[in-house]
Design a protein around this ligand. Structure first.
Ligand code: ATP
Ligand code: MG
Length: 449
């Protein structure tokens, strides 16, 4: 029995009484043992307190901490693990790790290895599907070998944000070198290209009948423009001139795009309602001739999730519209490339305001892209489209406009078959960065980079 004893002074204390019946010299007797439980109770209290204290420490960790025994059964499950999986620590305890947190089941191999070799195992940048999003994680496994009980602690740290920042830094470094190079090259090509186009035009004119000067010179040479025209037609000269002209114009367009890496600041910065700019660009995309040739933008379902309280943004209207147009064109292309005819192309555009930053998301349900492509899409001239149909400049220019000209940032989330989501973040008062690409190029040359 557990009973409460009372001291002379009236204070109470816990007592345990054990009674046993035993034979003593041929008689049955009862033997009672009375024990003061104060020490034991105190030790129990201390143990409970210590357990609570340790649990609080483990729970206050920002990482997921999961203890497993060598059979892969969960022995420890902290608050962060509860938060991430939605499974409470009582429910998880004793279950197999693979049943409660299937994304980590592959870690069990490493647990055995860690226990066997008594060495910490580490996996870095592991993509883990948490709910609907993929989070980048570092997984570390610490072997636990105490009193013959073998197991391990698995620690999972969410490093998505760090990876994002790393990628952004690499991206802007790349843009500085490649973007600068593209701009420099465009400057060099622009003049000779202008010469070619101008002279081809004159050449075409000088082969035509009906112009006084042409007729005059032809006569001086003992022939007529009629003859020359006939000759040019039979030898296909005029269509050749047209072809040179078309090819030249295409090159000029590319150069013009490349030059936008270096041209800056001449546009007007004004306060604009982004929802209006977006709507106007959607209309523009609907009537864009280039786009219409390949796919009808108006067939696409457009879901607008605009934040009604979005403040106006200080930006350059035509540039920002150019960014949206590039995104819409890419999305339209990605959605048309989906083979599944049951999937209705759908473009979702969201705006919201958080921490003084305006955030715009453009999400499509197109073909999406793999990791390799995703890492390269902002590079100038990177394209997966067939030769002649994409220059690969659309996104790099958009990136330049958003980051360099408006002090924002731009990133993408995508996986194959799951569409793509572009996220643009703009400060409401655009910070025009100092110096343009030209000066950056010159300064890198000066530094011998
Ligand atoms: N919404 C998207 N879904 C899937 N892939 C995309 C999407 N947007 C861009 N991409 C990929 O990124 C690449 C680069 O895009 P970018 O706009 O820079 O060039 P492009 O579209 O190929 O050519 P251009 O824009 O000059 O016509 C594309 O070729 C495509 O592979
Ligand atoms: Mg494009």
């Amino acid at each position: 029995y557990s009973v409460t004893g009372k001291k002379k002074d009236g204070t109470e204390f816990p007592i345990e009484i054990r009674i046993r019946v035993m034979e003593y010299h041929g008689r049955m007797v009862r033997v009672a043992a009375i024990r003061d439980l104060r020490e034991q109770k105190k030790a129990e209290e201390e143990l409970k307190h210590l357990r609570n204290y340790l649990k609080n420490i483990v729970d206050s960790m920002p990482s997921i901490l999961v203890g497993v025994d060598e059979q892969g059964q969960i022995t420890q499950w902290n608050l962060e693990a509860e938060r991430t999986t939605g499974v409470g620590s009582r429910d998880a305890s004793g279950k197999k790790l693979g049943d409660v947190f299937p994304q980590l089941s592959h870690a069990m191999g490493k647990v055995f290895e860690a226990v066997k070799n008594r060495q910490v195992q580490k996996d870095t940048k592991v993509p883990l599907q948490i709910g609907r999003v993929t989070r980048m994680s570092d997984i570390t496994i610490y072997p636990l070998v105490t009193n013959g009980v073998e197991g391990a602690v698995i620690r999972v740290d969410d490093i998505t944000e760090r990876v994002r920042i790393e990628e952004m830094i690499i991206q802007s470094e790349k843009m500085l070198s490649v973007g600068g190079l593209a701009a420099g090259m465009a400057h060099e090509i622009n003049n000779p290209l202008g010469g070619i186009l101008q002279n081809v035009q004159v050449l075409g004119n000088r082969m035509k009948a009906g112009l006084l000067k042409n007729e005059q010179v032809a006569e001086e040479c003992g022939t007529t423009m009629k003859c020359i025209e006939k000759y040019a037609e039979r030898r296909g000269l005029l269509s050749m001139v047209d072809m040179i002209m078309d090819a030249g114009k295409r090159a000029a367009k590319i150069v013009e795009n490349m030059l936008s890496f270096s041209r800056k600041g001449q546009g007007r910065f004004e306060s604009h309602r982004l929802s209006e700019l977006i709507d106007r660009t959607i209309e523009l995309a609907g009537s864009d001739y280039d786009l219409k040739k390949k796919y009808d933008f108006r067939q696409i379902e457009i879901i607008r999730e605009y934040d009604q309280n979005l403040p106006e943004v200080f930006c350059e209207q035509s540039k920002i519209q150019q960014v949206f147009l590039n995104l819409f064109k890419n999305a339209a292309h990605a959605m048309v490339s989906v083979k599944d005819s049951a999937r209705q192309p759908c473009l979702t555009i969201r705006t919201r305001f958080e921490n003084h930053i305006v955030c715009i998301e453009v999400e499509d349900n197109g073909v999406g892209m793999d990791e390799e492509t995703r890492k390269r899409i902002f590079e100038p001239f990177f394209t997966t489209k067939e030769v002649g149909s994409g220059t690969g400049l659309g996104l790099s220019i958009s990136y330049f406009i958003v980051t360099e000209e408006h002090g924002g940032d731009m990133m993408v989330e995508s996986s194959p078959g799951k569409g793509a989501k572009f996220i643009i973040r703009l400060p409401i008062h655009a910070v025009q960065s100092e110096g343009d690409i030209d000066s950056i190029v010159t300064s890198s040359f000066r530094q011998g980079r």
